[in-house]
Design a protein around this ligand. Structure first.
Ligand code: 5GP
Length: 286
């Protein structure tokens, strides 16, 4: 397809070098994996839907002041993003018990949590992404205290905002996973950006009326057509026409290609915010 250099081949995305230094192209694949890639499938249209959903949500987040790596969508499956140094952590925030929390602590799925529960996992496939805490993060230097503070602060803010956004379209945001990355300023100062993607691959979303699971659990738990769920989310967000772009397992390429592109105008004008220092702390030498 192209002579671009592949920088990273992930389970659901391929990262190519971008047109300019400091940029990357994120290509959304149709591959679905679960249980540390023990379960696999190729699902037509998943990449197109995730590309659109993630671009839209990142743009919305930028509009409330969350700096993201997303710059603009390039085509159905690709987006231009800023190159960041990925922090090797998955930040999960939960509003309703499900998944590994329900299993680990025997909490009934669907239990509303009295406050959002935030968890960290160390990104290491060989170890199965183990759960870690702030002490591990400091001890092994995966992030410093300022970065940790900023990640927690941003995650709560993103959770509050997305809860409202999804509630407004009849969806319950059960939980989701975020990843963050660093970029370095002119003087070596560090800025944190929201990276990776926000899509039904890494969010649990349930229909508020029926409780139907519309996210990747459809695949994990064999609950029926995965893309049907993703389409319903995209439809409600106003990102695909009613009826969707995938019919009978085939993507309507023409229709998908005709959808408007998403641009993060704010990304261009963004004034990056340095890491906050706790009162009494001296700014960090960088
Ligand atoms: P759980 O820990 O219950 O399996 O997952 C919590 C939330 O984080 C879910 O929304 C799930 O989709 C997301 N999540 C956790 N780990 C991963 C991961 O390795 N990849 C992706 N895409 N999402 C994850």
């Amino acid at each position: 397809m192209s002579k671009r250099r592949v920088l990273y081949e992930g389970k659901a995305k391929t990262i190519y070098e971008g047109p300019e230094p400091g940029t990357l192209i994120q290509y959304f694949k149709d591959d679905a994996t679960a249980f540390n890639a023990q379960k696999k499938a190729v699902i037509a249209g998943k990449g197109v839907l995730n590309n659109r959903i993630s671009a839209h949500l990142m743009t919305k987040l930028e509009s409330i002041g969350i700096p993201t790596h997303f710059m603009r969508s390039l085509n159905m499956r690709e987006q231009l993003v800023r190159q960041v140094e990925i922090i090797p952590l998955e930040v999960v925030i939960r509003n309703i018990a499900a998944g590994s929390l329900s299993k680990r602590l025997a909490v009934k799925e669907g239990t509303i949590l009295t406050q959002p529960v935030l968890e960290f996992y160390y990104k290491k496939d060989e170890l199965g992404d183990p759960m870690v805490n702030e002490h591990h993060i400091m001890t092994f230097g995966w992030a410093d205290p300022y970065e940790l503070d900023e990640m927690i602060h941003m995650t709560y803010r993103i959770n509050d905002y997305l809860n409202g956004l999804f509630a407004g379209i009849g969806l319950r945001l059960v939980d989701f996973k975020l990843e963050f990355g660093r970029i370095y300023g002119e003087y070596g100062e560090v800025y944190l950006l929201l990276a990776d993607e926000i899509s039904p691959d890494n969010c649990r979303l349930w229909d508020a009326q029926t409780g139907e699971k519309l996210d990747k659990d459809r695949f994990r738990e064999d609950l029926g057509d995965l893309v049907e769920g993703y389409q319903k989310i995209a439809e409600r967000l106003g990102l695909v026409p009613k009826g969707g772009i995938i019919e009978g397992g085939n993507i309507n390429e023409q229709l998908a290609a005709s959808l408007g592109e998403i641009e993060n105008e704010l990304a261009e004008k963004r004034k990056l915010r340095g890491l906050k220092m706790s009162p009494g702390n001296k700014p960090r030498k960088v």
